[in-house]
Ligand binder design. Structure first.
Ligand SMILES: Cc1cc2nc3c(=O)[nH]c(=O)nc-3n(C[C@H](O)[C@H](O)[C@H](O)COP(=O)(O)OP(=O)(O)OC[C@H]3O[C@@H](n4cnc5c(N)ncnc54)[C@H](O)[C@@H]3O)c2cc1C
Ligand SMILES: NC(=O)c1ccc[n+]([C@@H]2O[C@H](COP(=O)([O-])OP(=O)(O)OC[C@H]3O[C@@H](n4cnc5c(N)ncnc54)[C@H](O)[C@@H]3O)[C@@H](O)[C@H]2O)c1
Length: 459
């Protein structure tokens, strides 16, 4: 058994773990970063980047499909193999390669490969043949797709975000399980690339907007394009020579039974913390089985153990993983003098068409407070020019001060308005202050101006 003694051990070389590594390695040589599975990060290999590469190919296909509206008659066919080849080429040569070149620069004595589990406080077993003793441990072990047992009979036809980007050709048909961000982004992209796609939800809720009108409009708009069963239960699955069968009972009791080439399970992710045997480190479970950490310091109270990235399940998106890696590292470096982290304004964007975006506090978080809601449909002159008028924007102001607290939106390229609002919220700006900036005509930002004016009128 190889024995390694260090001050710091980081479990996971994803975005959060590498962020923590870059911080700690500037202070000390006494650290290791332990990685199970391929380097390259979830984001670059199987997450943000390949999904956006697929979505962009789908956008091109969709432009061809809808170009006759503009008087342009064109036809085209989708070459699934080429779509996927280009996706992997761009992903591997640009995004993964960039990450691997960073990992290559990490000195060999800092890198350990294998799955880490706790065998005692500050004591890790990595694979079968390495033991690491570390005074402080950062859990940056990410998450994995959740796959319900109901899919076991068709498991050979099940895809997740971990495997879908490796297929060599597009399937003829796919069932997408879930109505969250992965299901909507990938489900819509596959549909636009010509795959016969059906989406199955559970609770009737789609996406993560929280205002009832926004939720209803999301379902309405996506249902115009996609076959969506929003609420029900997958009762059983089986496989025969025709493919993977799904029997689904809708909330109204009606059953839908269909057969698909493949089934993409996008029904949430499970933090990998459950595989670390944290009990051996002395961390106690609550009655409900949780092992709570302090979300402000990302520390397990009473233990020199820190957590960052998707492992926390707080807001599992890339920029949060990046920030949390640094926060956990700073607190590990200063332990036991941990500091509350300054967190950024929450921001979440779905790269669908129309996009879904949430910035700052949601309606659900604010509904008990005195707020005014500026609200408009997503049809500024610029959106009319684009022929992209579906959707709605709501901006929430503090009724007393006029400060912008949050916004929910559903609309074409909403990402840009969401970023402007994130800046305004970060700097505690009022609607009046934002309206001091120039807004060009005809730009999508006119919608932001008009929705803020609407909110001010209602104040
Ligand atoms: C399909 C998809 C699309 C996404 N799109 C976006 C997007 O557009 N924008 C956005 O902001 N976010 C997006 N995300 C989320 C984003 O990818 C994640 O938030 C981010 O990558 C998390 O980084 P991380 O470091 O926490 O985890 P990871 O990058 O997953 O790193 C964790 C690493 O730890 C390793 N590990 C786990 N357990 C152990 C162990 N016991 N021992 C050693 N190593 C271990 C894992 O193998 C993994 O390599 C997407 C995610 C998915 C799945
Ligand atoms: N654009 C982005 O930033 C982006 C893109 C992709 C993924 N991500 C990250 O990845 C995480 C995971 O994404 P996700 O889409 O898997 O999770 P999610 O939590 O967004 O959605 C999961 C969905 O699956 C549904 N569901 C759960 N069990 C089900 C079942 N048995 N049958 C039918 N539906 C079921 C849920 O109701 C929910 O709609 C997200 O939280 C997000 O942070 C981010």
């Amino acid at each position: 058994m190889k024995q390694i003694d260090v001050e710091y051990a980081i479990i996971g070389a994803g975005t959060a773990g590498l962020g923590a590594y870059s911080r700690i390695s500037r202070q000390t040589d006494s650290l290791v970063i332990i990685q199970d599975g391929p380097y390259g990060t979830t984001c670059a290999r199987v997450g943000c980047m390949p999904s956006k590469l697929l979505i962009t190919a789908a956008e091109y296909a969709h432009h061809i499909e809808t170009s006759s509206f503009f008087g342009i008659n064109t036809t085209g066919t989708v070459d699934g193999r080429k779509v996927l080849e280009r996706l992997r080429r761009e992903r591997d040569h640009r995004f993964v390669a960039r990450n691997l070149s960073y990992v290559e620069k990490i000195p060999a004595h800092h890198k350990i490969e294998g799955r880490a589990t706790f065998i005692g406080p500050g004591h890790l077993l990595v694979g079968q043949d390495t033991e690491v003793r570390a005074k402080k441990v950062i859990l940056a072990c990410g998450s994995r797709p959740a796959i319900d047992d109901v899919f076991q009979p068709i498991i050979s036809r099940v895809l997740t975000s971990d495997t879908i980007f490796e297929i060599t050709d597009l399937p003829r048909s796919v069932a997408v399980i879930g109505l969250g961000v992965i299901a909507l982004e990938l489900g819509q992209a596959l549909h636009r690339l010509g795959v016969k796609t059906s989406l199955y939800g559970r609770s009737g809720s789609i996406g993560s907007l929280t205002h009832p009108v926004m939720k209803q409009e999301t379902l309405q708009i996506f249902s115009k394009e996609l076959e969506i069963y929003p609420s029900g239960t997958i009762e059983k699955t089986w496989e025969d020579e025709q493919g993977a069968w799904i029997q689904y009972e809708q909330a109204n009791g009606e059953k839908v039974t269909k057969v698909f080439d493949q089934v993409l399970v996008a029904a949430g992710r499970v933090p990998n913390v459950d595989r670390l045997n944290l009990q051996a480190a002395g961390v106690e479970c609550t009655l409900s089985g949780d092992m709570p950490f302090d979300p402000e310091t990302l520390t397990y109270p009473g233990h020199p153990i820190f957590i960052a990235g998707d492992a926390t399940d707080i807001l599992p998106v890339w920029h949060e993983a990046f920030d949390e890696g640094r926060i956990a590292a700073d607190n590990a470096l200063n332990y036991p003098n941990t500091v509350d982290s300054k967190r950024k304004t929450p921001l979440m964007i779905y790269f669908t068409d129309p996009q879904i975006a949430i910035v700052g506090q949601t309606y659900r978080q604010l509904q008990e407070q005195e707020i005014v809601i500026g609200e408009l449909t997503f049809d500024s002159p610029r959106h009319i020019v684009w022929n992209k008028v579906d959707g709605r924007i709501q901006v929430y102001l503090d009724a007393r001060t006029g400060k912008i607290l949050g916004a929910e939106m559903l609309g074409y390229q909403a990402e840009h308005l969401a970023h402007i609002l994130a800046l305004a919220i970060t700097h505690h700006m009022t609607a009046d202050q934002v309206l001091e900036m120039p807004i060009y005509h005809p730009s999508a930002e006119e919608l932001l101006r008009d929705v803020l004016i609407d909110a001010l009128k209602k104040r």
